[in-house]
Every structure is written in structure tokens, then in C-alpha cells.
Design a protein around this ligand. Structure first.
Ligand SMILES: [Zn+2]
Length: 93
């Protein structure tokens, strides 16, 4: 028996029963950089120091989550219907 559980409602999904998989990737988007010849000649020591200061006190996991996170969920049929209707619920505030 390889029963799964819906990650949204907790209902058991029996083997052979219709099941949906949700894969979510969240990653930092960077626009293409325009690098000029002057940029290449400039000393970037200060920029690098500022970047390192921003990273101070953050764990490796926190730094990774700032760049890339992925999730995978199993959904039952009812939750799949609800999910595709509103995949991005509005913030509570
Ligand atoms: Zn469900």
C-alpha cells in the first residue's frame, strides 16, 4: 500500500485515485546587466564589502532561500480545483 495524503486538506489519497502534483519554484529574477567598459575598470571593493555586510549573520540556508526555493505538493482532486482557481491568495493584511 502506498497511500498518500493531500498536502492541502490532509485527506488520504488511495493508490490509483486521481492525484495532482504541484511544483513551485521561487527564484530571484535578474534583469540582464548592461556592463560598460568603465564598469570593468572601476574598483568594486566597496560594493563587495557592502554585499558581505548584508550577508553577515545569515545562515547558509537563509542565503539559499533568498535565491532559490522549490516546493512539491500532492493534492486531491477537490484541492486541485480550488488551487488552480486561486493559486496566489491575497495577503491577509
Ligand atoms: Zn485535498
Amino acid at each position: 500500500m502506498n497511500n498518500r495524503t493531500c498536502d492541502r486538506c490532509g485527506k488520504s489519497i488511495a493508490e490509483g485515485e486521481l492525484r495532482y502534483i504541484v511544483k513551485i519554484q521561487v527564484f530571484a529574477a535578474y534583469d540582464p546587466l548592461k556592463i560598460t567598459f568603465e564598469d570593468l575598470l572601476r574598483d568594486h571593493t566597496w560594493d563587495i564589502q557592502q554585499l558581505l555586510k548584508q550577508c553577515e549573520g545569515m545562515t547558509e540556508e537563509e542565503l539559499m532561500r533568498d535565491v532559490y526555493v522549490d516546493f512539491q505538493f500532492d493534492l486531491c482532486r477537490a484541492c486541485q480545483k480550488a488551487y488552480v482557481t486561486a493559486p496566489l491568495p491575497k495577503p491577509a493584511h
